[in-house]
Design a protein around this ligand. Structure first.
Ligand SMILES: [Zn+2]
Length: 144
């Protein structure tokens, strides 16, 4: 169910999910450089301009989500009406913001892997994760 390779793949995904400040700025610069022509590009076009090696590298999607969330952009690529509205807020470029998001994601990953690997009661793993009381289980694949 779980192997070391999976962990390596998962950690790659985490990196792709967590663009750094340089990537965020590059993405912004790219959008800004396109001006009005921005609306004629697809996600794949932009992806190709920003990311060279990995097709599975979706930092751009994460950045577009962030830009939308912080009203840096309006509209979206799918509906051909993505437009830049305001500069990148300092908050999302801060090392603190980026590191704390990475740490949260890493912790979630480790928690999930521990759940998969635990030799103990799975129900009680979930209970302790959510701060609930232990139960007599005898019912999960590890207890039963
Ligand atoms: Zn159990």
């Amino acid at each position: 169910m779980y192997c070391q390779d999976d962990l390596a793949v998962q950690i790659n995904f985490l990196e792709w999910k967590n663009p750094d400040a340089i990537f965020i700025k590059n993405a912004y610069r790219l959008l800004a450089s396109m001006g009005d022509t921005l609306q004629s590009y697809t996600y794949e076009d932009l992806q190709e301009k920003l990311v060279y090696k990995h097709r599975a590298d979706h930092r751009l999607q994460t950045v577009l989500n962030l830009f939308d969330l912080y009203h840096v952009t309006e509209g979206n690529l799918d509906t051909l009406n993505l437009t830049l509205k305001s500069p990148i807020p300092d908050e999302i470029l801060s090392a603190e913001y980026i590191t704390s998001k990475q740490e949260r994601d890493k912790k979630r990953l480790v928690d999930m892997l521990n759940y998969v690997k635990t030799p103990n009661c799975r129900r009680n793993y979930i209970h302790s994760y959510f701060g609930m009381r232990r139960v007599d289980c005898d019912n999960c694949d590890n207890c039963g």
